[in-house]
Ligand binder design. Structure first.
Ligand SMILES: *[C@@H]1O[C@H](CO)[C@@H](O)[C@H](O)[C@H]1NC(C)=O
Ligand SMILES: *[C@@H]1O[C@H](CO)[C@@H](O)[C@H](O)[C@H]1NC(C)=O
Ligand SMILES: *[C@@H]1O[C@H](CO)[C@@H](O)[C@H](O)[C@H]1NC(C)=O
Ligand SMILES: *[C@@H]1O[C@H](CO)[C@@H](O)[C@H](O)[C@H]1NC(C)=O
Ligand SMILES: *[C@@H]1O[C@H](CO)[C@@H](O)[C@H](O)[C@H]1NC(C)=O
Ligand SMILES: *[C@@H]1O[C@H](CO)[C@@H](O)[C@H](O)[C@H]1NC(C)=O
Ligand SMILES: *[C@@H]1O[C@H](CO)[C@@H](O)[C@H](O)[C@H]1NC(C)=O
Length: 635
């Protein structure tokens, strides 16, 4: 019987071959040819064929047979590590290794281990060593067989010695044999596929690992180590698909974008577990996901069985990896750290960066941090780096739709290998209405205190690249407890007494700004509310409405003049009344707030009724969760 080529995973191959036209058009996964873009190996205890028996227990030795097959030449010598069983090497053992065209290193602490290797140089030609013949020969020679395992493309094998009387009396090889009791092996995966979108010029490449786990599999934790060549270009993404209850521990030695299902940990970088995202579980949908993120070359797609350890090496050759421009230096670590932490947060007016210093520990000796404009330097205290800048400063570019672009520049200590590292990032500007209250007409330093009888300045603003010109401020109200809501502005026109609509700065980069001022007065002897809300709506002609609520605390400068003539009981009464009303107000406000907040977080809402206090949130249309491009691919 000649050597059979046993498909490692017939099930997988069937899955891979399944056509599913449509969604990932222009990309037809094909087995990758000669120059594989990756070397992937994974740990498994399931062998293509194998068996165990107790037939050796009456003989002088326990006998283990490993029959190794190759689908292509191994890039590294095979290592076999033999570990002693419970009897600590007292019983002699025989290891028979059939391995043609291979070099193997066998290590064992048992000096009485007898190793017999059978290879192409042995008298028998390879063809004559079918499983049947081999097993017969072993039985004739040693009188029994403890274990027999066929291995396909192994990189390393760990063999545990030991016999089990409960094993069957005869060793009859079975397909997909679970050899977990005495064997763990790491095998090369040669079923890598790839493709690139026909219409692409892009060199952004994706590597996809798709873990196929059978429901009965106990595996829930995967260790994955990733390494890259020296000339590695960093515009790649690694997509790891598994069942959601998997935990990935990632040992990364290079900078790569990540999308992981389940949860994941970046070992040696952060102690904490990051939640992954929900990823589709079909080949076509995973490719479509990569395309969606603008990775239009599928450099590798590997569907492998669930495994506790996966080792992925990205290779340096291949068209997909060649990108124009200079290659990045060894500074992958800071990129990885910062793109994972995403410590930036933007409004339509500001960019704020807060970095917990202990998270930077993997990057040794960060001395200071600046933005692209190095005069914008982060402040630091014992625990944090902090930096806040207006969006139009510090080299921030607003060219990207809905994003502010800048770079973090980390200066490292003088004796570090790298003096400084630049990490470019995109900060998403939420598409929402922003409300700010200012004490002066300079519109600087927003606050949330509204002082009675003093002019206050309000700015509403919003960025909407598509239709800045169509945006209108529909209305603004001041709502305080126990009082009628006061309409301040409607359709851009002042409505309340003492409201002055001011000219806002011209819109730029799709940002529209409205300004007005008003003075909040309380009639003589009136109760002073503790807090109030400012509530504004902006939108397009066609009733796409953005609503925002700003909570303010009402402050009285406490001019004793106002209370001259009131006796002590009256003052107490006022204070007490104010307290009661304050409590009621808080409850009322909470009610209003909790009922309007979903809108303020908004996503466009279409309101068919004329925009008014009673406009309902029920008419919500397609909530356009806009997550175009994404730094969030790291999450
Ligand atoms: C091997 O297993 C068979 C069946 O379970 C049992 O009858 C036999 O005694 C075992 N042999 C040894 C040496 O334990
Ligand atoms: C993990 O999820 C799979 C399906 O996604 C389920 O069959 C399995 O029982 C889950 N395992 C645990 C330990 O929750
Ligand atoms: C993963 O690696 C960690 C750290 O080296 C180790 O403690 C853990 O046992 C490994 N887990 C698996 C499933 O191999
Ligand atoms: C940041 O630190 C580096 C290294 O100590 C120093 O050369 C540089 O002047 C610092 N930058 C600023 C803006 O202080
Ligand atoms: C450092 O500043 C941050 C942000 O303002 C603050 O939360 C933190 O408590 C400060 N740490 C120390 C030690 O003062
Ligand atoms: C309103 O107009 C904007 C821009 O013209 C459009 O994007 C939006 O879908 C429209 N909404 C409705 C409800 O028609
Ligand atoms: C992908 O590229 C297109 C065209 O260059 C761009 O419009 C789109 O925003 C990009 N999307 C992402 C997720 O980067």
């Amino acid at each position: 019987m000649g050597p059979r080529s046993v498909p490692l995973l017939p099930l997988l191959l069937a899955l891979l071959g399944r056509p599913d036209p449509g969604r990932a058009e222009g990309c037809d996964l094909q087995p990758v040819a000669a120059e594989t873009p990756i070397t992937l190996s994974y740990a498994t205890s399931t062998v293509p064929r194998g068996c165990v028996s107790n037939s050796s227990m009456d003989t002088a030795h326990e006998v283990h047979v490993l029959s190794v097959k190759w689908s292509k030449a191994s890039p590294v010598p095979l290592t076999v590590t033999v570990t002693p069983g419970a009897d600590a090497c007292r019983r002699p053992a025989v290891l028979i290794l059939l391995c043609t065209r291979c070099s193997a290193t066998i290590t064992s602490p048992c000096s009485n281990l007898i190793i017999r290797t059978v290879s192409a140089t042995a008298p028998q030609p390879e063809q004559s060593w079918g499983a049947g013949k081999l097993l017969t020969w072993v039985l004739d020679t040693y009188g029994g067989i403890t274990s027999y395992s066929e291995l396909q493309d192994p990189r390393r094998v760990q063999l545990h010695l030991g016999e089990d009387a409960r094993s069957p009396p005869e060793c009859t090889p079975q397909e997909h044999f679970n050899a977990v009791l005495h064997l763990e092996t790491e095998v090369f995966f040669h079923g890598v596929k790839g493709c690139s979108r026909s219409d692409t010029q892009s060199t952004r490449a994706a590597h996809i690992i798709h873990l196929q786990s059978e429901p009965s599999s106990p595996i829930r934790e995967v260790n994955l180590s990733l390494s890259c060549p020296d000339n590695y270009v960093g515009n790649q993404i690694l997509i790891l698909q598994s069942k959601v209850n998997f935990t990935w521990s990632l040992f990364l030695k290079c900078h790569i974008q990540l999308m992981v299902s389940g949860s994941y940990k970046m070992v040696s970088l952060f102690p904490m577990l990051f939640p992954g995202e929900l990823l589709p579980d079909t080949e076509q949908d995973l490719i479509a996901k990569a395309f969606e993120k603008n990775y239009s070359v599928i450099a590798s797609y590997s569907a492998i069985p669930a495994s506790t350890h996966i080792s992925l090496e990205i290779q340096g050759h291949g068209e997909a990896l060649r990108a124009p421009g200079p290659t990045i230096s060894l500074s992958y670590l800071p990129h990885q750290v910062l793109l994972t932490l995403k410590p930036w947060k933007c409004t339509d007016e500001t960019m704020e960066i807060v970095i917990i210093r202990s998270y930077l520990e993997p990057i040794k000796d960060v001395v200071n941090i600046t933005l692209r404009d190095i005069s914008c330097q982060a402040e630091k205290n014992a625990t944090h780096f902090m930096l806040k800048s207006p969006l139009n400063h510090c080299g921030t570019s607003l060219e990207g739709r809905g994003y502010a672009n800048n770079e973090l520049i980390l200066s490292l200590a003088k004796d570090a290998v790298l003096r400084s590292v630049r990490v470019g990032f995109q900060c998403e500007i939420p598409r929402e209405l922003f409300l700010r209250l200012f004490p002066t007409a300079a519109f600087e330093a927003p606050q949330t205190e509204l002082e009675i009888n003093k002019e206050a300045f309000v700015q509403a603003s919003m960025r909407w690249m598509d239709h800045p010109a169509d945006l209108q401020l529909k209305e603004c109200w001041l709502v305080a407890s126990g009082r009628e809501p006061v309409l301040l502005v409607q359709g851009g026109v002042a409505r309340g007494a003492g409201v002055v609509v001011l000219e806002g700065p011209p819109s730029s980069h799709g940002r529209k700004i409205w300004r007005f001022s008003f003075t909040y007065t309380i009639p003589e002897g009136g109760h002073m509310p503790f807090s109030a809300i400012l509530k504004c709506k902006a939108g397009l002609q066609n009733d796409t409405i953005f609503e925002k609520v700003l909570e303010v605390t009402v402050k009285d400068a406490w001019r004793p003049l106002n209370y001259r003539g009131l006796g002590l009981p009256a003052v107490l009464g006022i204070t007490f009344g104010a307290f009661l009303i304050g409590a009621l107000l808080t409850a009322g406000l909470w009610y209003i707030y909790s009922h309007t907040r979903p809108i303020s977080k908004l996503q466009p809402v279409s309101s068919t009724a004329p925009a008014s206090e009673s406009s309902s949130t029920n008419h919500s249309i397609g909530s356009t969760q806009s997550t175009p491009c994404s730094t969030s691919s790291m999450a």
